[in-house]
Design a protein around this ligand. Structure first.
Ligand SMILES: NC(=O)C1=CN([C@@H]2O[C@H](COP(=O)(O)OP(=O)(O)OC[C@H]3O[C@@H](n4cnc5c(N)ncnc54)[C@H](O)[C@@H]3O)[C@@H](O)[C@H]2O)C=CC1
Ligand SMILES: N[C@@H](CC=O)C(=O)O
Ligand code: NA
Length: 426
């Protein structure tokens, strides 16, 4: 006898439309893998009059989310945003229906509450699509590495900003010019500022930390800098130094707690992350016993993200048939989130200075006074008696580096600090 599980799809945009296509086209394989026929029972959209192609039959389309949820065994939420997504997910979980979502914005604010609601109701809430698109990263952190101790996760987790920075690097384009292209390819969030201001990567950083360290973290605990201040000149200067600028998310565990940060970062062109182009993502994981692991693949776009949704859906169906939902397990005692001033990083600075005897010594003295060690210093003289000075520091706390930058800025021989950026790798 074939068991049928009814699947309600909330949202049929870039990702939802691809999910509907795969549910139809790969129905036989999905049934073989999950053990049940996965029947699309309702598709909830805003515009019910729009033609949505052959994979979304008109009779399934409605704007009645409550009815769709109440008639489903499994609910896929791909509308995005906090509301009404949160209310709909809560309704589904409260009824015992398992939910699959790609909504990192919601989970990075309400994750622990929603995990608890799922567990209370014997339902499952899964969200592999929410971080790094198609790349399996959350399940490996929560399951494959459950017997190890993860100490650090670092990577490129936002496809659209990587696409934009990559175009700026390869074509010398500026940010505004490349955004329209990223939007047409379905990489950007409904509100693109979520991408370029770093909030999308910050939500993903909070989710990575939550699963890597087994404690609930939220987006407001992540230090966040986006790419809006990165200019074509910054990208060109990096290129001249054989470096590339990437938006990195870094989450690290120490005795004191967990530090989470997202910011543009200079890396050498030799670094493996420099080879991550277009909307691809790459995530490095360091664990005490496993050592270093690297995950790489498409981080955004309809079909790749739908792949992660479908994997979660098959697992949710299997667990439902087995009568055992898999909860997201968090430690009873929360782990502290640390301030970014505690981060240990290297800085690259570009300064405009007077080209006169003793200037370098005075600047170097300020670094020494703050306990910050200089790794490299290069001066390019200009004809007008001014010079550009580029300094790379050894690793120090951000607290010490920020104090150094502030003190250097006050020197009368320094006319301006034109760029301060963190550096990773060699
Ligand atoms: N596009 C991508 O590459 C990725 C997207 N995601 C996430 O997946 C989710 C969906 O993303 P996309 O498909 O790109 O978004 P989208 O904007 O293309 O699609 C969302 C759809 O939901 C509909 N919708 C929104 N609110 C609704 C409501 N109240 N009632 C009915 N329909 C409503 C919209 O009309 C739209 O058609 C978001 O949470 C996003 O963050 C996750 C990973 C990658
Ligand atoms: N807007 C996001 C989509 C995937 O999460 C991105 O650019 O990575
Ligand atoms: Na993923």
């Amino acid at each position: 006898m074939t068991i049928t599980l009814k699947v309600a799809l909330l949202g049929a945009g870039t990702v939802g439309a691809e999910v509907a296509r795969i549910l139809t086209q790969d129905a036989a394989q999905l049934q073989a893998r999950s053990g049940a026929a996965l029947e699309l029972s309702a598709v909830v959209v805003r515009d019910t009059a729009a033609d949505r192609g052959p994979h979304i039959p008109r009779e399934l389309v409605s704007s009645d989310a409550e009815a769709a949820i109440d008639g489903a065994d499994l609910v896929i939420e791909l509308m995005g945003g906090l509301e009404p997504a949160s209310t709909y997910i809560r309704r589904a979980l409260s009824r015992g229906a398992s939910v699959v979502t790609g909504n990192k914005a919601l989970l990075a604010e309400q994750g622990p509450e929603l995990f608890a609601l799922a567990a209370e109701n014997g339902a499952e809430l899964s969200f592999e699509a929410a971080v790094a698109g198609a790349i399996p990263i959350l399940r490996p952190l929560a399951e494959s590495l459950a017997g190890d101790t993860v100490t650090k996760v670092m990577g490129i987790v936002n496809g659209s900003t990587n696409f934009i920075l990559d175009k700026m690097d390869r074509e010398g384009a500026d940010l505004e010019a490349v955004m329209a292209e990223a939007s047409a390819l379905g990489y950007l969030e409904a509100d693109p500022s979520a991408d370029v201001e770093g909030h999308d990567a910050a939500a993903k950083a909070a989710l990575l930390a939550t699963l890597a360290f087994g404690s609930g973290f939220s987006i407001d605990q992540v230090h966040t800098e986006g790419i809006t201040a990165v200019t074509a000149a910054d990208v060109e200067a990096a290129r001249a130094a054989d470096q590339v600028i990437k938006l990195l998310a870094v989450v690290e565990r120490s005795e004191a707690g967990v530090l989470m940060r997202v910011h543009p970062t200079l890396i050498s062109r030799e670094h493996p992350l420099a080879a991550v182009h277009g909307a691809f993502n790459a995530v490095f994981v360091e664990a005490q016993n496993a050592g270093e692991l690297m995950f790489y693949g498409p981080g955004a776009g309809g079909a790749p993200t739908a792949s992660a949704v479908m994997g979660d859906l098959v697992m949710a169906a299997r667990h439902r048939l087995a009568g055992s939902a898999e909860p997201t397990r968090l430690a009873a005692e929360p782990i502290a989130a640390l301030p970014v001033q505690d981060a240990i990083t290297r800085y690259a600075l570009a300064l405009d200075v007077a080209d006169a005897p003793g200037v370098l010594a005075r600047i170097a003295q300020v670094f020494a006074d703050h306990g910050v060690s200089i790794e490299a210093m290069r001066q390019n003289g200009h004809l007008d008696g001014a010079a550009e000075l580029r300094i790379i520091t050894h690793a120090g706390t951000q607290r010490a580096l920020d104090a150094t930058v502030a003190a250097v800025n006050k020197l009368d021989v320094v006319t301006g600090i034109t760029s301060v950026m963190r550096v990773e790798g060699n």
